[in-house]
Design a protein. Sequence first.
Length: 451
Amino acid sequence: MPAPRPLDALPLEPPQPWRIDAEALFLRLFADAEASFWLDGGVGATEGWSVLGAGEREPDPEAVRAVPLASGNATTSGTGPDMPFRGGWVGWLDYEQGAAAVGAPSASGGSGAAWIAVTRAVAVDHANGRIFALADAAMLPEWRSEVDEALRAPVRPAAAASAAEPVHAVARHDVAEYVGLVERCRDAIERGDAYQLCLTTRFSVPRPADPIAVHRRLRESAPAHHGGCIRVGERWLLSASPELFLAVADGVASTSPIKGTRPRGADAADDARLAAELQADVKERAENVMIVDLMRNDLSHVGVPGTVRVERLWEVESYSAVHQLVSTVSMRLREGVTFGELTDAAFPAGSMTGAPKLSAMTILHGLEGAPRGVYSGCFGHVGLDGRVDLAMVIRSIVIEPDGAHVGAGGGITWLSRADAEAAEVAVKARAPLAALGAPVPAEWAALLPAR
């Protein structure tokens, strides 16, 4: 397959610039493509970008790893220099490959990474109501006309995503088993083998007939600024992720780990109380700052000495189902650092492993006893111009030939309460399972707060 090339961009004039419907564009232009993506700025977004497109499956992951990041030089020209993606790859990395790369034991049965070499795309600027067609210069005029036709298609009331057929979710662990694993994590922490462990489990359902309808339901019920829908052959990743794993622009890398969760409240006063409780909670703050420290260390391996910064600490971000405690760490990359070197230093993300990372991953391998797969990995774009934007694979559905899977988990510290940790799993799994037509299994559902 030819190597991906930089994409030129041409602006379009949408009929209603402040109401560009990225969902409708994806359905009209890319729904039938076997290698397609929609990196979503969110329902009703008023800032950031959505990028949607298609291409060819990348057979050589080393081509992605070799991309240099530190120079920040633009490799494309034309309109929209602030555009986040101007050619390269979109896809995902899975947890087991990352674990093996850092020398941790990894379960067999992981499904592996997947990348799309992008040949055509559409970029939507939600802040300014702009839209651009992206393609190789030779095919750009024809592609721009196709996008323009899709934009000007007769406006019809948006059809709701088809209702989910009811299905039954099967839990990898029952509540008692998960509670027991939490206590074993606490035992490992008491021994000094780790000081935080991100313990996970998963729920599985039969493969859905219409993955795009599933994604539309998930997107509507759990909007997030780093959501996405990626199809590579028979495999799909449908995500309502709120967590930025890695962003690179102009040679600066940043990460925004999430550690600390509360459900949304029953009313405004209860909601505000839960958000304030999260921000003040000693256990949640300790959990968050441990991962901040770990990510500072990870990034320092590929960074210019003295440039690692904690940009924000312990900020509450609120989503449809949960409040989250979020921090941001940044660092200037050394000249010549490649995407592969950055991921070797920082992936899997500390927010999904615990700390110290290698010890945590080794302990978790023994406790979880099964592969995480794409869950706990990352997804997004790697640009030929050295820009990167990758989200964590959380609040997500992974569709494989054998079925659909929803992972969920949480960070365990010595101060963790096993019942509260199990309830957090149920809260996190609820929206993705509902999009699949499955309630949280009854014994897990009994842990959910009243809504």
